[in-house]
Design a protein around this ligand. Structure first.
Ligand code: NDP
Length: 329
């Protein structure tokens, strides 16, 4: 059994930033890294919008550096997934395949994953012309021909955003019915460089051998007609899935499955959530880092209050005429 004051679930930019802050506050945090250690940035290539790197930095390198920084101040790491989390007891109990951790605070930084189409070429070319984030990668597609997959608000927003760079943006949607709100749909329709390819799915992204996107094979789902189109980039915008399975029934989740927070506080004192697992709006590495920092500070303050009230309780036990000072939250 491991006893900790601070346990962080997840090692993306929220989790590692939280670890740096908690470690520098002498809280000796434990990070349960998850099996995709480093989070979503480990599947990207150049990151050009993280402040402090004027020439850009590779996503995996950025995460390795954050890991080293957290380690330097005494963070302990477990390379495993959390299999269960019990937030009904104090200390909270977290189990991995080989460890049981008892902890006074839990910082949930388990992130969200972009949903993908599930074809091999899409995965192989991720970061090499295939992207799940226009804000992150749009800049690399100046004067290029790009496709955006999806029919929701994200697809509309990304298509319009990409016209700042791309020469032509085609939205590929598998039906004729859009989930996007009318205003977002209209905005995309009325943007000159955006056009639509409906009732269509991507079957393959070319060219795995060249390790870059050169085209796509698409199929019309109504006629089954298949054709090849030239492409420089493919943006998958079919939604995100927050990693909140472990917390169902324990924490309040939004309609889309994200943890509902007040800032970074959940409804359970001592349990905080940061990064994409609670962020349905910004979903950026830097915003995740920001909330990771906030979660570590909140955990630190929570622990200080806890310590104060425990001291007061002890004093009262020794001298029952005294009333305890402070409260747990
Ligand atoms: P949505 O779930 O709203 O839309 C996903 C889209 O992707 C749907 O059109 C769906 O098609 C399509 N899709 C899903 N799976 C596949 C697949 N395997 N292959 C092809 N297409 C697929 O997700 P969004 O990310 O667009 O939006 C999520 C939430 O965030 C929404 O509530 C949205 O309103 C909100 N949002 C708001 C914004 C704003 O207001 N500025 C901006 C972005 C998002 P189908 O309909 O056929 O299932």
């Amino acid at each position: 059994m491991i006893r900790k004051k601070v346990t962080i679930l997840g090692s993306g930019s929220a989790g590692l930033t939280a670890a740096i802050y908690a470690a520098r506050a002498n809280l000796e945090p434990l990070v349960i890294q998850g099996l995709q250690a480093g989070g979503q940035l480990t599947i990207t290539t150049d990151v050009e919008n993280f402040p402090g790197f004027p020439d850009g930095i590779l996503g995996p390198t950025l995460m390795e550096e954050m890991h080293k920084q957290a380690e330097r101040f005494g963070t302990q790491f477990i390379y495993d997934n959390a299999e269960s989390v019990d937030l009904s007891k104090r200390p909270f109990v977290i189990k991995t395949s080989g460890e049981e951790i008892h902890t006074d605070t839990v910082l949930i930084c388990t992130g969200a994953n972009a949903k993908l189409l599930g074809i091999e070429s899409e995965t192989k070319l991720m970061g090499h012309g295939v992207s799940a984030c226009a804000t992150c990668d749009g800049f690399f597609f100046r004067d290029k021909r790009v496709f955006v997959v999806g029919g929701g608000d994200t697809a509309m927003e990304e298509a319009v955003f990409l016209t700042r760079f791309a020469s032509q943006v085609t939205v590929i949607h598998r039906s004729e019915n859009f989930r996007a709100s009318r205003i977002m749909y209209d905005r995309a329709v009325n943007t000159p460089k955006v056009d639509f390819l409906l009732d269509t799915v991507i079957e393959e992204v070319y060219d795995m051998a060249k390790n870059e996107v050169t085209g796509i094979r698409v199929r019309n789902v109504k006629t089954n007609e298949v054709k090849d189109l030239t492409a420089d980039g493919v943006f998958i915008a079919i939604g995100h899935k927050p990693n909140t399975e472990l917390f169902k029934g324990q924490l309040e989740l939004s309609e889309n499955g994200y943890i509902v927070t007040d800032g970074v506080k959940t409804k359970i004192p001592g349990v905080f959530a940061a990064g994409d697992v609670q962020d349905e709006v910004y979903k950026q590495a830097i915003t995740a880092a920001g909330t990771g920092c906030a979660a570590a500070l909140e955990a630190q303050w929570y622990l200080e209050k806890l310590e104060e009230s425990e001291k007061a309780e002890k004093k009262t036990a020794v001298n029952p005429s005294m009333t305890p000072a402070g409260s747990r939250e």
